[in-house]
Design a protein around this ligand. Structure first.
Ligand code: GLA
Length: 389
C-alpha cells in the first residue's frame, strides 16, 4: 500500500480539502468451509494483510464523488438516484452501502471518497467485501453513528445482495469486520456467533493466484444456492422440520441420498461433509495436529472439484503442484471458485520456497502467469486517520 501521508495528499489534490476520516478493511482467505455460509453452516476464514482504504469528507450537496486509484477512474452518483440490482462498477459498492444507510433512515450527507487498495480484484480474496466494509466504517465514524459491528456486517451484506445484486453469504463481510491478527475466525453462519482461533506461529498461509478471473461465478453461484435449497425442500419429506443443509448430518444424507436427483445429492454431500470438516479442522487446530488440518483442506478441495463442481483446471493444477512441495500441509481452492486463488497451509520455513516453485511450475503449464503471496492473518476494519472530534 502507499503510505498514509501520500493517500492524504492525493485526497487533497483531488478534492481540494482534507479527508475527515480514512478507514481500512482487509480482504480475506478462507481456510476451510466453502459454500457453507449460505447454508447456515460453518466457515473458518482469515483476514489478510491486503486491504482497501476509503478516505471520506462530507459534502453540502447530495453527491457521492468517488475516485479509485486502482482503476484510475472518477465516478459520480446522486444519493437521490440509488436503485437496486445488477451493478458491476467499483462505485456501486460504496453506493450500495449508502443505499442501505439511507434505507435505515440514517442522515447520510453527500461525500467525496478516495479509494485505494492492494487486494487483487476478482481473485476470490474479497476485494468487494473490503470496499463495502471500509466505506461503511468510514461513514459510521464520519457521522458518529452508534452502529454495532453486527449491524455493519449486515449493512454490507445487504448492500452486496440488494444493490450490487450478488447473492453472496455473510462470510466475507463478517471476517473483513471482525478478523483478528494471528487468528482465523470460526463463524457459525446461523446464529452469527464467532470465535477467534489462534493460528500456530510455525505455519504460514500461502495464497496462489491462478490469474483466471471468474466469469462464470455469478450464474453458477446462484445455481448452486438453488440446488442446495432444492435439496432441503426434498429432504424435508424424510427429515421433517429442517431449515437448511446445516441441519443434516452426513449419515442422514447417506440414508436418503438415492431419493434425490444425482446432481442435487452431490451438491448436498459437499455442503454436509464440508460442515463436518470445519468442526474437525477446529479440533485439529486445538490439538496442534497441523497434518490433519492440511488433510481436511485437501479433502475439501476434492469435494469442491468432484461434488460441488466449482473448481477449474488451473485451480486443480495449482493444488496438485502444491502437493508436491515439501512443507505444504494442505491446499485447496478458496472463495466462490471457477478461478481466483488457492490457499495453502505451509510450514513457515518452506513457505517462500514453495511459493517460488509453485509459481514457476504453474507458469510452465499455463499462459496466464501466477502470482503468490505469503499472507499474515490481520485485524478487521479500523480507522487509520480522523479529524472528526
Ligand atoms: C463467495 C461469497 C461467500 C461464500 C463463498 C464460498 O466468496 O461471497 O459468501 O459463499 O463465495 O464459500
Amino acid at each position: 500500500m502507499i503510505p498514509l501521508e501520500e493517500f492524504w495528499q492525493i485526497f487533497r489534490r483531488r478534492f481540494g480539502r482534507q479527508p475527515e476520516v480514512v478507514a481500512r478493511a482487509p480482504g480475506r482467505v478462507n481456510l476451510i468451509g466453502e459454500h457453507t455460509d449460505y447454508n447456515d453452516g460453518f466457515v473458518l476464514p482469515v483476514a489478510i494483510d491486503r486491504e482497501i482504504w476509503v478516505g471520506v469528507a462530507g459534502r453540502e450537496d447530495r453527491l457521492l464523488n468517488g475516485f479509485s486509484l486502482e482503476h484510475e477512474s472518477f465516478a459520480q452518483i446522486s444519493l437521490d438516484s440509488l436503485s437496486r440490482g445488477g451493478k458491476s462498477s467499483w462505485i456501486d459498492y460504496p453506493a450500495g452501502v449508502a443505499h442501505q444507510l439511507l434505507s435505515r433512515s440514517l442522515p447520510l450527507p453527500g461525500t467525496d471518497l478516495l479509494i485505494a487498495g492492494d487486494v487483487p480484484v476478482g481473485a476470490g480474496l474479497s476485494s468487494s467485501a473490503a470496499l463495502l466494509v471500509a466505506s461503511a466504517t468510514a461513514w459510521k465514524h464520519l457521522c458518529k453513528w452508534n452502529l454495532s459491528q453486527r449491524e455493519i456486517i449486515q449493512i454490507c451484506k445487504q448492500a452486496e445482495n440488494e444493490y450490487v445484486g450478488v447473492a453472496c453469504g455473510i462470510m466475507d463481510q463478517y471476517v473483513s469486520c471482525a478478523g483478528r491478527k494471528g487468528h482465523a475466525l470460526f463463524i457459525d453462519c446461523r446464529d452469527l456467533a464467532s470465535k477467534a482461533v489462534p493460528l500456530p506461529g510455525a505455519l504460514s498461509i500461502l495464497v496462489c493466484d491462478t490469474g483466471v478471473r471468474r466469469e462464470l461465478a455469478t450464474s453458477e453461484y446462484n445455481r448452486r444456492r438453488a440446488e442446495c435449497e432444492e435439496g432441503v425442500r426434498l429432504l424435508k419429506k424424510y427429515l421433517g422440520d429442517i431449515r437448511a443443509l446445516r441441519d443434516i448430518t452426513p449419515d442422514q444424507l447417506e440414508k436418503y441420498r438415492d431419493r434425490l436427483p444425482e446432481v442435487t445429492a452431490r451438491r448436498c454431500r459437499h455442503v454436509v461433509r464440508e460442515n463436518a470438516r470445519v468442526l474437525e479442522a477446529l479440533d485439529a487446530l486445538a490439538a496442534g495436529d497441523s497434518g490433519k488440518f492440511g488433510r481436511l483442506m485437501n479433502e475439501s478441495h476434492e469435494s469442491l472439484r468432484r461434488d460441488y463442481e466449482v473448481s477449474c483446471p488451473e485451480l486443480d493444477a495449482m493444488v496438485e503442484l502444491a502437493g508436491k512441495e515439501p512443507g505444504v500441509l494442505g491446499a485447496r481452492m478458496t472463495g466462490a471458485g471457477f478461478g481466483g486463488c488457492t490457499v495453502n497451509v505451509v510450514e513457515s520455513e518452506f513457505a517462500e520456497r514453495a511459493a517460488r516453485a509453485i509459481q514457476s511450475d504453474y507458469n510452465r503449464l499455463f499462459s496466464r502467469p501466477a502470482a503468490t503471496y505469503v499472507c499474515a492473518a490481520s485485524d478487521g476494519a479500523s480507522i487509520l486517520m480522523t479529524n472528526v472530534e
